[in-house]
Ligand binder design. Structure first.
Ligand code: SF4
Length: 352
């Protein structure tokens, strides 16, 4: 700690630099995350994390930032809007059963890289001003409770769907953090504004929000299509509809998202018409095409097999056409056992 540094001035500078780097907001959190840690442990005890063993793996490092990064005294939390302008409304897309509904955050470049680059630049600005300081940057990183940190930093409140909400812009934004050894004064927590609303709980296609602030990941389409490596349980396949990568339903129905601000980041613009594309076109991508078209995209992380698995379910929920049935039959021989079983399920639904 530098004794004669004006930390209050530095905090204002950090917030201004964050905005200049393209973030919409920055705030400061202290490192007491014990309440969030309690909530996490209750959630883990109920086995709501499914196969996401990494959620349990980091133990108390998740809610004791100083155990994860020694000497941490405060956390800079930032948010970055990701919703591109001019998209067909998601709710219209989910009604067009032969089109693919892909979660809005995943249409463009991988946000991890975009946010990490900006956070590194923010840390460089601080270094240029005060000299070397202890820090580490994170975005969407398993050991970091980023929603709880952002809430403490005044960036919004955790809604009943367990996403962060901001009264000026809703919930379509990413979060990032810098753990620092700077004794910055924490911001105040924003108040809770869900009120008596339960829209996200009622409209979840698979009833994954089992109680306010309690999402059973094993029922959540985001988990089932992205994190889950095995088969999609039969009970959720019809409800998945055409949602083949993630699910935005709980955000789409949230009244606060009428205030959504579109992103200014060119990197988040949709690639390869992923915002409005036929399921069949995606299903016909070869593995080589999948790898090349998803280069630099978060979608690539699920791999070709899970991609085909999800698309087979989407096609099983589509309106039957000769082309769809033919494409499914054509893939049967070359598909892995996992994908084959999903194709057979789809064909059972489509062929009389
Ligand atoms: S839909 Fe309603 S309950 Fe759910 S997060 Fe939005 S305001 Fe809160």
């Amino acid at each position: 700690m530098q004794q004669n540094l004006d930390y209050s001035k530095l905090k204002k500078q950090i917030k201004n630099w964050a905005i200049k780097l393209g973030f919409q907001q920055a705030g400061i959190s202290d490192i007491n995350l014990s309440e969030a840690g309690q909530h996490l442990n209750d959630w883990l005890k109920k086995q709501y994390h499914g196969d996401m063993s990494y959620m349990a793996r980091h133990g108390e490092k998740r809610y004791r930032p100083e155990a994860l990064v020694p000497d941490t005294l405060s956390i800079i939390s930032v948010r970055l809007d990701y919703m591109p302008a001019g998209l067909k409304p998601y709710e219209k897309l989910t009604e067009q059963h032969n089109k693919a509904a892909i979660s809005r955050y995943a249409l463009g470049r991988d946000y991890h890289k975009v946010i990490r680059n900006k956070l590194k630049k923010l840390a460089q600005k601080i270094t240029a001003e005060i000299g070397e300081f202890g820090h580490r940057v994170f975005t969407d990183s398993a050991p970091v409770m980023e929603k709880a940190i952002a809430e403490k930093a005044g960036l919004g409140w955790i809604g009943k769907h367990s996403n962060l909400l901001n009264s000026k812009t809703g919930s379509y934004f990413f979060l990032g953090e810098i753990y620092t050894d700077l004794p910055l004064e924490p911001d105040s927590k924003q108040s809770f504004h869900c009120g008596s609303c339960t829209q996200c709980i009622q409209d979840c296609p698979t009833d994954a929000i089992v109680a306010p602030f309690q999402v059973d990941a094993k029922r959540c389409i985001s988990y089932l299509t992205i994190e889950n490596k095995g088969p999609i349980p039969l009970e959720f396949r019809a409800a998945m509809g055409n949602r083949i990568y993630g699910c935005d339903d709980c955000q789409v129905v949230c009244p606060w998202n009428k205030f959504t601000h579109n992103t200014k980041e060119q990197d988040f613009q949709p690639r390869h018409q992923l915002d409005d594309i036929e399921l069949l076109e995606l299903f016909n991508w070869s593995e080589t095409e999948f790898l090349s078209k998803t280069e630099g995209s978060p979608i690539r992380r699920i791999g070709y097999e899970a991609w085909q698995r999800n698309l087979a379910v989407g096609l099983g929920n589509a309106e039957a056409t000769d082309e769809i049935i033919q494409a499914l039959e054509d893939k049967l021989d070359s598909a892995s056992d996992l994908v084959k079983e999903h194709i057979e399920w789809a064909l059972d639904r489509l062929v009389d």
